[in-house]
Design a protein around this ligand. Structure first.
Ligand code: AFP
Length: 280
């Protein structure tokens, strides 16, 4: 696992350099979801694949930017699914973006997840690595230095409601409005990584991306985004559900499958489960 941690650190430093110096423009290519790929998306994906190719313990990788998974080392035991630069469309408005890694053993799947990691490229570069504990690291003078362990409070103050509101189920809108009526503060940038990082570091609350009329299976991808953050939030003392079930109890049929998702402190997620169990 340390070799994977080191490879992620090396990737993060190179991606940060690419963000700082890379000419920001749209490539002519499309990714597996038909989205126009930013040059930075492609560059970030290449960097991570290069670094992971050096790690003999990695058997297979799956990238959000590629249609299919790729075999790296026959004798490896880890399977890594990653989003190389999530929220990349935010780079050209100078907002924070991130890389997300789900580390699985013996194959892909929530039941095989053994660690998760994400990197936030913002005013500072920070990394969170969840294995047995959830640990925060800060990039300083070329090295990621341990800062602290992260724990969620049982109840928080922040609300990050994703998705197009006009497409929310009515009961979801009532639930979100009720949170705001209780004084929760809106914190939503459109970048999953910084939005979830903020809730983690500020003690808690709720991030939601529900099933919507335009995205009935949700938008966020199970292997690359949903399972990794579910692992992080649960290890930090929070909960992560699809509305009624733990996200880490879900299967997947295809590498790019999505899921409605709710990540947060136990109190807020208990409200989600109560509302959704009565309406879904
Ligand atoms: P992009 O990668 O297209 O910017 O999408 C970012 C993202 O996948 C995730 O980072 C956000 O949480 C989510 O989309 C925001 O989606 P909405 O704009 O529909 O709320």
């Amino acid at each position: 696992m340390n070799d994977i941690f080191s490879a992620i650190q090396a990737s993060a430093k190179r991606i940060k350099e690419a963000i700082d110096v890379k000419d920001i423009g749209y490539s002519q290519q499309e990714n597996s979801s038909g989205e126009t790929q930013l040059e930075l998306d492609i560059k970030s994906d290449m960097i991570i694949e290069e670094e992971f190719s050096k790690v003999a313990s990695i058997h297979t990788i799956a990238s959000e930017e590629k249609t299919h998974q790729e075999l790296l080392h026959e004798d490896g035991k880890y399977y890594i699914a990653y989003d190389p630069l999530d929220g990349s469309s935010l780079v050209d408005v100078n907002l924070s973006v991130g890389s997300i890694f789900g580390i699985y053993e013996g194959g892909f799947g929530a039941d095989k997840m053994v660690a998760a990691c994400y990197v936030v490229y913002g005013p500072r570069v920070e990394m969170v690595f969840a294995h047995n504990k959830v640990k925060l690291y800060l990039l300083q003078a070329g090295d990621f230095e341990f800062v602290k362990e992260i724990h969620l409070n049982n109840k928080g103050k922040l609300m990050a409601p994703g998705g197009t509101q006009q497409n929310w189920p009515p009961y979801h809108k009532v639930m979100i409005d009720n949170f705001f009526a209780q004084g929760y503060r809106l914190r939503y940038s459109g970048g999953m990584v910084p939005d979830l990082h903020q809730i983690l570091l500020k003690g808690g609350g709720l991030f939601s991306y529900p099933a919507t009329s335009d995205k009935p299976d949700g938008k966020l991808r199970r292997l690359f985004e949903v399972f990794p953050f579910a692992f992080v939030y649960e290890k930090a003392g929070g909960e992560a559900v699809n509305g009624t079930e733990p996200l880490l109890s879900l299967g997947f049929a295809h590498v790019h499958d999505t899921s409605p998702c709710f990540f947060g402190s136990k109190k807020e997620v208990s409200v989600v489960k109560e509302v959704y169990s009565q309406n879904v």
